[in-house]
Design a protein around this ligand. Sequence first.
Ligand code: ZN
Length: 302
Amino acid sequence: MKKIPPFFDRHIHFLIEGSKPKAHEIDDRIIAPMLKRGILSFYDMGGKGEHGLVIKSYCRHMKTAGAALYKKGGYGSFLGIGIDNKADISRAILNNAGKGVDFIKVINSGIVSADPSQAVSSGGFSREEMRMIVEEAAERGLRVFCHCNGEQSILDALVSGVSSIEHGFFITEECLQIMASQDTSWTPTIFALKAFRDTISDIEARRYLDSVIDKHLESVYRAHRLGIKIGAGSDSGAKGVRHGESFFEELKLLLKAGLSKEEVLRAGTMEEQELERGNYVVIDEGFFEGNSNMEVCFSSII
Ligand SMILES: [Zn+2]
């Protein structure tokens, strides 16, 4: 038996199977399944409905991006505010800051596709726009968490000074070196791609995505060795990625990448001080095999 701080899912959305939830589903299918499994803290990575701004009022351990910023015409329209030009950037950040977001989430690429000829779908900003987003966010005292896949978009995000890389498929050694030197953290959301892979029937496409996942696992281990802070994030709300249970699939994949059990738990839990506040989870030896009896104790959710 081991007593650990509550779990912390660093990447969720208030969506169900990629779509807007009905009002009652936010508590029943998003928050309750997480709390039941000991996930007390989570980062809402944005949605058009800006649900996080309301939920924050009664889940004080969560943080929210409100609505994410995406480049008009590219990927991300269901996640937030479409940006067309520089004036839009200033307006969106001012607006989000005024609403009380905890950080800015920006979509700087599309998503991984099952077709190797177009590895990542279209989307994202120019390097100049990314710089402006990070600068304007900093002026409001806000960090920028960046959705990005593909070498160029990750590099642009890093040289612009984002605080965190979200997803980061096709990350390169050069990018990892920059992250290590700038102290940028990484939430690799491995399970989300595996879940997408499982929806595909074409054998060749599955094999291709398996190779992308394998490479990603190697990069996660490399990042870990370089001292980059790895966060466990499920990307719950995406298709096939359910709140609560998916987080534990992500932990298993971090273990598969080569992190030790202790390191995986560190990547996926809140600070040690939570134990003193009476917030904890008790796990047993079967935890990583998925057959553990878990005891959850929260002194304060609100
Ligand atoms: Zn996401």
